[in-house]
Design a protein around this ligand. Structure first.
Ligand SMILES: Nc1nc2c(c(=O)[nH]1)N[C@H]1C(S)=C(S)[C@@H](COP(=O)(O)O)O[C@H]1N2
Ligand SMILES: [Mo]
Length: 532
């Protein structure tokens, strides 16, 4: 074997050593995180830090491009970066061991720093990254020792006979193979241990999540005020049209949580404090004992694009927030309700909106079952008429009465509008884009929403012709979306169908296209179809 090839092989094996060391470090870190707490895992902590630091344009791009897969994509990207850094560190460490150790140390410190600076960080959160880095660097050091000898330098003790003969490895290729085999066996064993630790760590984390049990234990109280009966004809039951009520499993999910917060009902407390006469703290039982109401409300995300899917309707059961605020006595100067979740999210809601008589709820159930973990178990806020980022706090634990002049919530700090009422919007659900249709009668149908103002009219036009009034379905209240349908006599050719809605204030949706940032998208949804 030529010296050059041996060199290349040593670098390749060094890179491999770096990768294996990273695997060991991550596996150990996951195992420690399972004991400390899942949020302290370096990948989760760094992911959270990246999410918080992500500029708006990139977040928008990620949501547009990856949709609900944005989280797996983020974790995958972090792992990819880690793999590349590990390969480079290992390769560089072939020449200079200290680079390898420094590389591992830096990665460990990055993980620990991310974990320590998360909004809900606890002191022990640095442990997974630090312990992982220490064990990872030991693994790297050991593997580097086992690297096949190069001319003159041979750290492997029992190969010392080769160390003074610069051509030894050239003369005895068998030695290289033996050494390489020993390296690979050790590397494989370490990689196996690393993966094993990681798997066990994840399994333990899964076991530790108590939410399934806590959810099963919740006995939902009957509502004092039942939902306004849903009139007949609320659901037009047209194929391809979104049902009036969105099943929980299909309900969109938008949040910054890389792992779904696991909040049990046992230790759950809601603290209401700040500019109030008397601060109070409720446990879950006390919340369930309050007068409950049940309401159909449509939630919408400000990031929803024209025609997008980040909107859904559920029947929520919850305690009216206004009642609770009346009890604590809100200082009239407190124009902001700052709510906090267990994962450190902060959301600001105008006090006046919550107190104006609408059904702002501390919700405990969604479509007849306790909130699913991803939708905020055990308690979340729901405020009809406001985008989720200024109202719909999931995993809620704290409500502070304060002032917009004094505090900025999470998304406001990142440039999103401070106050964000939902904009009137309509969407064509059927026919689907690029559908191939038969000539004749085609049901064009969709949903329109203008929560807490209500939808007054929906119009459809084809190929920029006359606007035609769609037939509106019934609705239980002004807080939900409204289905609509228009019968089209389709003629052969390619056609563009457009929709626009008018709310009960008489405002018709503007045609002007606006991005979701900073206060919600505008523009008319359209669909192009072919009739043959
Ligand atoms: N704790 C927490 N609550 C949150 C969020 C979040 O990131 N963290 N996202 C908000 C946003 S932007 C929206 S649109 C709604 C979405 O609620 P859903 O996931 O139940 O549909 O939750 C809101 N509540
Ligand atoms: Mo949102």
């Amino acid at each position: 074997m030529s010296e050059q090839r041996l060199d290349r092989a040593r670098y390749a094996l060094g890179a491999l050593a770096g990768l294996i060391a990273a695997l060991v470090a991550l596996g150990v870190a996951e195992l420690v995180a399972a004991v400390v707490r899942p949020q302290a895992s370096p990948v989760i902590a760094v992911g959270g830090a990246v999410i918080d630091a992500t500029p708006v344009w990139l977040k928008d791009f990620a949501i547009r491009t990856f949709g609900t897969n944005d989280k797996p994509v983020l974790i995958g990207s972090i792992l990819l970066v880690l793999v590349m850094l590990a390969l480079a560190t290992g390769a560089l460490a072939v020449r200079r061991r200290i680079i390898g150790l420094a590389g591992v140390a830096v990665l460990g410190v990055v993980g620990a720093a991310a974990a320590a600076t998360r909004p809900t960080a606890e002191a022990l959160d640095v442990l997974p990254s630090l312990v992982g880095a220490v064990v990872g660097s030991l693994a790297l050091a050991r593997l580097l020792q086992l690297l096949p000898a190069r001319s003159g330098v041979n750290p492997a003790s029992d190969a010392s006979d080769a160390s003074d003969a610069s051509d030894a490895s050239l003369a005895r290729p068998g030695l290289v193979t033996d050494q390489r085999r020993r390296f690979l066996v050790a590397g494989l064993a370490m990689a196996g241990v690393g993966v094993g630790f990681g798997v066990v760590g994840r399994l333990v984390t899964g076991r530790r999540s108590t939410v399934a049990a806590a959810r099963a234990d919740v006995r939902l109280p009957p509502p004092l005020s039942e939902a306004t009966p849903v009139p007949r004809g609320t659901d037009l039951r047209i194929e391809g049209l979104s049902p009036f009520r969105t099943p929980n499993k299909d309900f969109y999910r938008v949040d910054t949580a890389l792992i779904v917060p696991q909040v049990s009902t046992d230790g759950w407390r809601l603290r209401v404090h700040g500019m109030v006469d008397k601060e109070i703290e409720l446990d879950f039982k006390a919340l369930l004992a309050r007068e409950m109401v049940e309401r159909d409300v449509t939630l919408t995300c400000v990031s929803n694009e024209v025609g997008g899917k980040y909107v859904g309707t559920a029947r929520w059961l919850g305690a009216p927030l206004a009642d609770l605020l009346d009890e604590v006595g809100v200082d009239p100067a407190a124009d902001m309700i700052l709510s906090r979740s267990t994962d450190g999210m902060t959301i600001s809601t105008p006090t006046a909106v919550v107190m104006d008589g609408r059904d702002a709820l501390l919700a405990v159930a969604m479509n007849g079952e306790p909130l699913p973990a991803e939708h905020g178990f055990p308690v979340r806020m729901v405020v009809p008429g406001l985008y989720g980022y200024v109202s719909a706090t999931k995993w809620l634990t704290e409500i502070e009465l304060t002032r917009f002049a004094d505090v900025e919530a999470y998304w406001t700090k990142r440039g999103w509008a401070e106050k964000a009422p939902i904009k009137t919007m309509s969407r064509i659900d059927t026919p689907k884009p690029f559908a191939k249709l038969q000539p004749g009668r085609v049901a064009v149908a969709g949903v329109a929403w203008a929560q807490h103002r209500g939808i007054d009219g929906v119009e459809v036009r084809v190929d920029e012709g006359q606007w035609r009034r769609a037939r509106l379905a019934e609705v239980p209240s002004i807080d939900t979306w409204r289905q609509w349908v228009w019968q089209w006599d389709a003629t052969p050719g390619s056609h563009k169908i457009e929709v626009r809605a008018t709310d009960r204030d008489g405002e018709t949706q503007t045609q002007k296209r606006a991005d979701p940032f900073p206060s919600g998208a505008t523009g008319w949804h359209s669909t192009v179809v072919t009739v043959a």
